[in-house]
Design a protein around this ligand. Structure first.
Ligand code: ZN
Length: 169
């Protein structure tokens, strides 16, 4: 097992669509083991393969003390969504930024395990929020894309990009 490097913005790999997993072989098993080890080491509750530079549709989620335990979801697909609410999020690949995004509080998803077996899962709470955040990564979407326009503007101002904007106004 190995701890993988987490890539950060503006790395373009974070904006790519990851490929579905089709080979459930030893290479995949090694990548899954590495992702779990990297997740444990990071102190985060979820990690997607593209954040470790692996452009495959794999996510791992482990919310300490929840009812679901460590979970592997390969080729995950959300089948049903509950009502939504604002949740504060952050991301290992977007250091130093937190913000509120709208997420469903319960989701039903279908995913495969490391052997290719397909199962359905119903998850809620932080686990469900994390699943939605990590699946976004598989489609090149970052949580900052889902922030309100006002929060995005404040982030741009803070990074200096807003200076031209205010001069133009
Ligand atoms: Zn993230």
């Amino acid at each position: 097992m190995a701890i993988l490097d987490i890539i950060e913005i503006p790395d373009e790999r974070l904006r790519q669509h990851s490929e579905p997993v089709s080979s459930f072989d030893e290479v995949l098993q090694q990548q899954v083991d590495d992702l779990f080890e990297t997740l444990a080491h990071s102190g985060a509750i979820g990690l997607s393969a593209p954040q470790a530079g692996i452009l495959k549709r794999i996510i791992v989620v482990h919310v300490p003390d929840d009812d679901f335990g460590p979970r592997l979801y390969i080729n995950p697909e959300i089948l049903r969504r509950s009502k939504s609410r604002f949740v504060e999020e952050s991301c290992l690949s977007v250091p130093g930024i937190e913000g509120n995004v709208v997420r469903c509080i319960r989701v039903t998803l279908r995913a495969q395990d490391a052997h290719g077996k397909s199962c359905e899962f119903e998850v809620d709470g932080l686990h469900a929020v994390c699943v939605q955040h990590e699946i976004d990564h598989l489609d090149g979407i970052l949580f900052t894309d889902r922030l309100s326009w006002f929060k995005k503007l404040r982030l741009r101002m803070a990074s200096g990009a807003g200076a031209g904007l205010s001069r133009a106004a």
